[in-house]
Design a protein around this ligand. Sequence first.
Ligand SMILES: N[C@@H](CCC(=O)N[C@@H](CS)C(=O)NCC(=O)O)C(=O)O
Length: 104
Amino acid sequence: MKEPAHLALHPFGQIPTYEVGDLALFETGAIVLHIAEHHAGLLPDDAKARARAITWMFAALNTVEPPIVEREMAMILERDEAWYERRLSDWLWPMPCRRPGARA
Ligand SMILES: N[C@@H](CCC(=O)N[C@@H](CS)C(=O)NCC(=O)O)C(=O)O
């Protein structure tokens, strides 16, 4: 993935990439938004409903996914560490504003 041909599609040499015609995209959010905008029925026609759907698209990628990936990585890489159980129990409250004792 770090070879020039792939770097021409993705500047960080990662996946996913998406090609349609002569357009090449990278970043999950950009790809999902592009597909949603070009296939009827994937986004609401109503402007406010569309904005809300796109809001959830960003939330999924920026707020929901990171702590899930972090938990998965801890389960794979830190299972034998002394702090592992504590780390997982902390993860049950991945959103800082929802941690016990956090201000509402
Ligand atoms: N923010 C990027 C993240 C892309 C990403 O982390 N891709 C990982 C696989 S899920 C990857 O290609 N890892 C290999 C590497 O970085 O060399 C997106 O949503 O597309």
